[in-house]
Design a binder for this molecule. Structure first.
Ligand SMILES: [Zn+2]
Length: 438
């Protein structure tokens, strides 16, 4: 006897490749059969023309709870994630208080399970209070109920090489990974807010040169190699970083004892630095929007696997933090609800990536990097039914006021994006149906 109603997804294109019927029962994929061959279930989704992907996984989400529940909560961020096709998100540690203890990590984990829309997996801070000095309780967080595997001081760079080395050594014991916000602070300090170049000069904004990212990425891959550990590069934003990654990945593959992985955000794949010309703080983000040549290098690196994953860096902000003069406004943009549409527009519509590639960079690889079991799995019988059904033909014009996030700092407002999320299933339960929260 089946506890839950059964669900048949009829005639979906699995990863954009073969058309099949998928039967979901008791939270799992019960059967995958040729299109039109599986018998009716309690409920049927007619998925003709839709693409079925493993549920999306975001390595980089700011949920703001605890501390800034006026900008986002675990519940509202989970809603945005589900609408965006996500079944798991990694919640960054720069909350108030910081997620730097086992208790704090368990609290975030519990809030995620209470919301029940996506698996919220806490990221642990690398250093206490994100101060960059003393290591946080990495082992205790790893052994906690939350099972933390990804550690990051994101928002800040672990600038001290000795601290970074120790963190890399420490996380090896439990298969953890350090996700680095690469920003060398003497080259790009806290006020740096615009790509250093033509526009920072014209607008009189403090410059954030690409080399401030590249020197940290170069240093960290050497430290990962030295310690035999795993480093992950958060929000890669420059062509120089891509060059370092290409070299480092070749070394790591040859050595077989360490690894480097990297993510790129949707905004760094499509938006460019001249958008700051109007001093609109919506376009203020860290790292900053870069010139065309960087954007092109990031697209190429994502397509060829040098960059492993797309991660949103979803960074909600209350109006009173964002609506300031450019130099004083908070850094960050919304991203969860629009990521798939941006990737479809930039990479799939243009023929640079297939839907199977999208499944790799938005689900399989991020789940593997984060060590999330049950996500990013093949669409096959016996696997957990964490699935996203995409309508590749449904272009949408983004309306920031239609967002389920609490915040409105949406750089995609008014833009047309190709493809949209039709249905999201978390362990067989629809969190989103026909593009809306179920
Ligand atoms: Zn960051």
């Amino acid at each position: 006897m089946s506890a839950d109603p059964t669900l048949l997804i009829r005639g979906a294109s699995l990863l954009g490749e073969r058309t099949a019927d998928v039967l979901v029962a008791d939270g799992r994929i019960a059967e995958v059969g040729d299109a039109g061959t599986l018998a009716a279930a309690d409920e049927t989704i007619e998925a003709d023309g839709l693409v079925l992907l493993p549920g999306l996984v975001d390595l980089h989400t700011h949920l703001r709870e605890p501390g800034r529940e006026d900008a986002e909560t675990v519940l509202t961020g989970s809603r945005a994630a589900a609408v965006g096709g996500y079944t798991a998100v990694l919640a960054m540690a720069n909350t108030s208080p910081v997620t730097d203890t086992a208790e704090a990590a368990e609290r975030v984990w519990d809030l995620g399970r209470q919301a029940g829309l996506v698996d919220v997996q806490p990221v642990g801070a690398v250093t206490k209070g994100l101060e960059g000095e003393e290591l946080a309780e990495l082992g205790l967080m790893a052994r906690s109920r939350a099972g933390v595997r990804v550690f990051s001081d994101d928002g800040r760079c672990v600038a001290d090489a000795r601290v970074m080395r120790r963190a890399l050594e420490y996380v090896k014991a439990f298969g953890g990974v350090v996700s680095q916000h690469a920003q060398e602070p003497t080259l790009a300090g806290p006020s740096a807010c615009c790509h250093e170049g033509e526009w920072s000069g014209r607008l009189g904004l403090p410059g954030w040169p690409g080399v401030a990212e590249e020197v940290i990425v170069a240093r960290d891959v050497m430290l990962a190699r030295h310690t035999g550990s795993r480093v992950h590069v958060a929000h890669a934003s420059t062509a120089g970083t891509v060059e370092v990654l290409r070299w480092a990945k070749a070394q790591a593959e040859r050595d077989g004892t360490w690894s480097v992985t990297a993510e790129v955000t949707p905004h760094h794949l499509l938006l460019t630095t001249e958008l700051v010309a109007g001093y609109d703080p919506t376009y203020k983000v860290n790292p900053p929007l870069r010139p065309d040549e960087d954007v092109e290098a990031l697209r190429e690196a994502l397509a060829d696997g040098t960059i492993d994953a797309v991660a949103t860096d979803h960074a909600p902000h209350a109006r009173h933090d964002k609506e300031h003069a450019f130099a004083d406004a908070a850094f960050g943009m919304l991203g969860l609800e629009t990521a798939l549409g941006v990737v479809a527009t930039v990479m799939v519509e243009t023929g640079r990536m297939s839907w199977a590639d999208v499944g790799r960079v938005m689900s399989t690889r991020p789940a593997a990097i984060a060590g999330l079991e049950g996500h990013g799995r093949p669409i096959a019988a016996g696997e957990p039914a964490n699935l996203t059904l995409v309508d590749p033909a449904a272009a949408v014009t983004v309306d920031r006021d239609a967002s389920v996030s609490l915040s409105r700092n949406n750089p995609w407002h008014g833009r047309s994006l190709s493809a949209s999320v039709h249905t999201t299933l978390l362990r067989g339960h629809a969190t989103v149906r026909e593009g809306r929260l179920a």
